[in-house]
Design a protein around this ligand. Structure first.
Ligand code: CTP
Ligand code: CA
Length: 221
């Protein structure tokens, strides 16, 4: 028997999603990266598209197929991701799931050669894409950030929500194995407080979050 299609409660909405790690070049052949698989962000993009949204998925380097019905924009570095987010506006909501590198390297224009002493990397702070978006004049009405925390998860996430000007923070408890795994234990932190979800497969976290976003945009209409 065919399943009933999910109500297309996000049709006519444009939602921006960032996902995956960023790669920060050291020189033309080397980079700094992190362990983000991109799976949670891709699952959220897919769940939003399933509810009828037009989704712009700004993806760092990941080995994942593009979800059906999603427009994917591939980027490498945090600076590339910031520019792609800006170019994808306006949007009705933004979900910033990417594990953006906090620092970039002052990259060498040519391949660094092995010499006598190992080279020192000079790190420079990257722009905060979420905080910049949340304070932009063309800010989407709903801005959702993620937070990977290993301790005092809800407290740190609540502080991050205020510091960055996000409406919601999905706080990820990464004291358990999240990176590359299928399950996620998250807390949804809003102005109203924190709601703890049970440990769920990433697809299910995505479906619940997409539904909450649909409800919030519906209520604001
Ligand atoms: N984020 C971003 N741009 C950055 C760093 C983070 O957009 N340069 C976003 C992430 O996509 C996520 C949120 O900010 O939605 C929180 O990221 P996180 O790394 O947890 O926060 P930081 O402020 O970088 O704090 P820290 O890593 O020190 O915990
Ligand atoms: Ca960070």
């Amino acid at each position: 028997a065919a399943l009933a299609p999910a109500a297309r409660t996000l049709s006519g909405r444009h939602i921006l999603v960032t996902a995956g790690p960023t790669h920060e070049p050291i020189d033309p052949v080397r980079y700094i990266a992190n362990r983000s698989s991109g799976r949670q962000g891709f699952a959220i993009a897919a769940a939003l598209a399933d509810l009828g949204a037009r989704v712009s998925l700004i993806a760092g380097p990941v080995a994942l197929p593009t979800p059906a019905g999603v427009t994917r924009i591939d980027v490498e570095s945090a600076l590339d991701m910031a520019a792609a987010v800006d170019a994808a506006l306006p949007a009705d909501a933004a979900v910033m799931v990417a594990a953006v590198a906090d620092w970039r390297v002052e990259a060498a224009p040519q391949k660094v050669k092995k010499g006598d002493a190992p080279p020192a990397l000079h790190l420079v702070e990257n722009p905060d894409i979420l905080a910049t978006l949340a304070r932009a004049p063309n800010r989407p009405p709903l801005v959702v950030g993620f937070a990977a925390e290993t301790e005092r998860v809800v407290d740190h996430a609540a502080a991050k929500r205020l510091r960055k000007g996000a409406d919601w923070i999905v706080a990820n408890d990464v004291s358990q194995d999240v990176f590359g795994s299928d399950g996620n234990a998250v807390h949804l932190v809003t102005a109203q407080g924190a709601e703890s979800w049970p440990r769920l497969p990433k697809d299910e976290v995505a479906r619940r979050l997409a539904q909450r976003i649909a409800d919030a945009l519906q209520a604001a209409r």
